[in-house]
Design a protein around this ligand. Structure first.
Ligand code: ADP
Ligand code: MG
Length: 250
């Protein structure tokens, strides 16, 4: 299946955001097309997570426009509107934050039944399909504490997908994992992207970003310094700063 399109789903235009006196985003312009995978790379503190949080209406910019599938996110004044937006956008963090007292299946079923009003039976059917997708069918009855970090993160991905999001944001989802479980999580994300899920990933996994991205965005100090195809960003090195950052990859 090739779900890539020219249809824009996310657009940031001249987005400026400050926390107090500190300007953290200094004019971000970013376009993501439906079915594409966009990776955001760059040093710590450059504003990568803040970009994702803006898209999800967890923080509001002081200036600029953010549009997600026709919705002007920066103009959502009511919390109820922001909650409605967040139902359409999956987000997976470094910390998986599963509910420790619920088993894997119940962790996945919770939001669709409580928030979307999906019937338990139907939600469970989808949850089992998603567990199959993240290669954890045999863990439906396990509790988070019985799983490895990589397994828990895969459950967190399944939980995000259970809301049938239009796009998924991944914020350094492998950064807290033991090296031996990073690969299994990347496999799952790779499958999703191949299936055409629109994805925006903040990642330090340069090889992975190179392999799966349609566009790679390099941020530094609140600005997008460069963006382009993986080939342009990782191998052309017009920009010495990026060469320095990605270092040994070429
Ligand atoms: P990155 O994800 O690239 O590491 P962040 O988007 O998390 O960067 O943060 C960018 C900058 O904004 C950092 O200097 C960080 O300390 C600051 N920052 C992030 N969130 C807040 C907040 N809620 N209040 C104040 N400063 C913040
Ligand atoms: Mg971050």
């Amino acid at each position: 299946m090739n779900a890539k399109t020219d249809e824009t789903i996310v657009r940031l235009e001249d987005v400026h955001l400050s926390f107090g006196q500190t300007e953290v985003l200094k004019g971000i312009d970013l376009t993501v097309n439906k079915g594409n995978a966009v990776s955001i790379i760059g040093p710590s503190g450059s504003g990568k997570s803040t970009i994702l949080r803006c898209i999800n209406a967890l923080v509001a910019p002081q200036r600029g426009r953010i549009t997600v599938d026709g919705t002007r996110v920066d103009q959502l004044a009511k919390e109820s509107e922001r909650i409605a937006l967040r139902k359409r956008i999956g987000i997976v963090f470094q910390q998986y934050n599963l509910f420790p007292h619920l088993n894997v299946l119940d962790n996945i079923v919770l939001a669709p039944t409580r928030i979307l009003g999906v019937k338990r039976r139907e939600a469970e059917k989808l949850a089992r399909e998603l567990l199959d997708k993240v290669r954890l069918s045999e863990k439906a009855g396990a509790y988070p504490g019985q799983l490895s970090g990589g397994q828990q993160q895969r459950v967190a991905i399944a939980r995000a997908l259970a809301m049938k999001p239009e796009l998924v944001l991944f914020d350094e989802v492998t950064s807290a994992l033991d090296p031996e479980t990073v690969g299994e999580v990347l496999w799952v994300i790779r499958d999703l992207i191949r299936d055409g899920m629109t994805s925006i990933l903040v990642t330090h996994e340069m090889r992975f970003a190179e392999e799966i991205s349609d566009i790679v965005v390099f941020t530094e100090n609140g600005r997008i310094v460069d963006q382009g195809s993986p080939e342009q960003i990782f191998h052309t090195f017009d920009n010495p700063r990026i060469r320095q950052f990605v270092g040994g990859l070429a």
